[in-house]
Design a protein around this ligand. Structure first.
Ligand code: NPQ
Ligand code: MG
Length: 371
């Protein structure tokens, strides 16, 4: 396979409600999507998981575009006819880091290959379910009544699991009130996006009585030892997100006792093939995983649902319905039915991009020269 054409489309899509986390507030989803065309005329699409600023991780959108143009794409083109999605990671390994930039290229190539072969992402990856239970990530709000209003609305829509974003000053009280208001049966978890330190262990232990499913990434991403120590001091299971960028990281974290659960985000780990390896390592160790998200549009959400259909994805993920984030999605909307989303079955990512919606939200398009 050869890449005949590659374009990078920058998008800015308004969010239905601002999304606040411990590292900032987003009003729009700004990202780029890659559209490539191969030598047999097949299109491949993928969405970049990075954000405009390096706050969730060190990656950010302008850097992702630059590393794709100057460092990643030339290495793929150098493979000539030998290029295939399964060879991308090896060819790009000399370039350190930049998993989100690598992810978008590998995913677009995999989409093109699978469309050409008439096979869905789910079938290719080893999915075993035709629908997956869905959870929702709930941002930080200015007041408890606003939070309760939002959580109540999501539960009414059928979401099967609530994840509350927390930070110092917004943790014990919101969790307590949500638990008391909506009852013990609600699957409830928290995500700190690295906002605490091990010195907060006694404070975080005060969440123990609320029977949370897990506490996601309380400590900095490079603090595996801290997470292992925290795991000994609190009873809520520890889940890692930012800390895990590879199957090797996953193996290390599991061996150290730093992760009882893993949030698998394909963008964060460099693509779906590494994401599947993390699933495999976790599954072999009896560690549950779930599929996280970066506020993907339908272009990124579709393959995430395929990944979430693998057997080790035993917890509801952040793969919410389109209207959790967007009034108008770039693809036919994903709709929650009985708390679940359907796994796409069509070739490749299994969804088609709506050209009118795409152009409405496109801020610029650049074609990458391929010689
Ligand atoms: C997480 N995602 O699990 C992330 C982090 C995150 C769904 O909670 C703009 C784009 C803002 C991507 C904020 C969810 C974001 C973003 C937070 C990702 O940690
Ligand atoms: Mg997270």
């Amino acid at each position: 396979m050869k890449i005949e054409h590659l374009e990078i489309r920058w998008l800015s899509i308004p969010l239905v409600t601002p999304f606040r986390t411990s590292f900032g507030t987003s009003h729009d989803r700004d990202t780029f999507v890659v559209r490539l065309v191969t030598d047999d005329g097949t299109e491949g699409w993928a969405e970049c998981g990075a954000e405009p600023d390096p706050l969730y991780s060190s990656e950010f959108l302008p850097a992702a575009e630059m590393v794709i143009r100057d460092h990643l794409l030339p290495r793929l083109l150098a493979l000539g006819d030998d290029l295939s999605a399964t060879r991308v990671a090896h060819a790009l390994a000399p370039v350190k880091g930049h998993p989100m930039a690598k992810h978008v290229l590998e995913t677009a190539l995999l989409d093109a290959e699978l469309r050409s072969a008439g096979m869905s992402f789910a079938r290719y990856l080893g999915g075993v379910k035709d629908r997956v239970p869905t959870g929702v990530s709930v941002g930080i709000y200015d007041s408890i009544p606003e939070l309760l209003d939002k959580v109540g609305g999501y539960l009414d829509q059928g979401y099967l699991r609530i994840k509350l974003k927390i930070e110092p000053g917004w943790d014990l009280e919101p969790v307590r009130v949500v638990r008391e208001t909506f009852g013990d049966d609600v699957l409830l978890q928290v995500d700190a996006n690295t906002a605490y330190t091990l010195a907060d262990a006694r404070h975080l232990a005060q969440l123990d009585p609320f029977d949370l499913l897990l506490m996601e990434q309380p400590l900095p991403e490079d603090d595996l030892r801290g997470h292992a120590e925290l795991a000994r001091r609190i009873s809520t299971p520890i889940c890692l997100d930012e800390s895990i960028t590879s199957a090797r990281d996953a193996a290390t974290a599991i061996a150290l006792g730093a992760a009882h659960v893993i949030n698998v985000k394909p963008a964060r780990v460099g693509g779906y093939l590494e994401a599947r390896r993390i699933h495999d390592v976790a599954h072999a160790n009896g560690i549950p995983v779930w599929c996280g998200g970066m506020l993907e549009t339908g272009i990124g959400r579709a393959p995430n649902l395929a990944l979430a259909s693998l057997p080790g994805f035993v917890l509801p993920g952040d793969t919410s319905a389109s209207d959790r984030y967007y009034d108008t999605d770039l693809t036919a909307p994903f709709v929650i039915e009985d708390g679940h989303l359907s796994v796409p079955t069509g070739p490749g990512i299994g969804v088609d991009v709506l050209p009118d919606v795409l152009s409405t939200f496109t801020t610029s398009v650049s074609t990458v020269p391929l010689d």
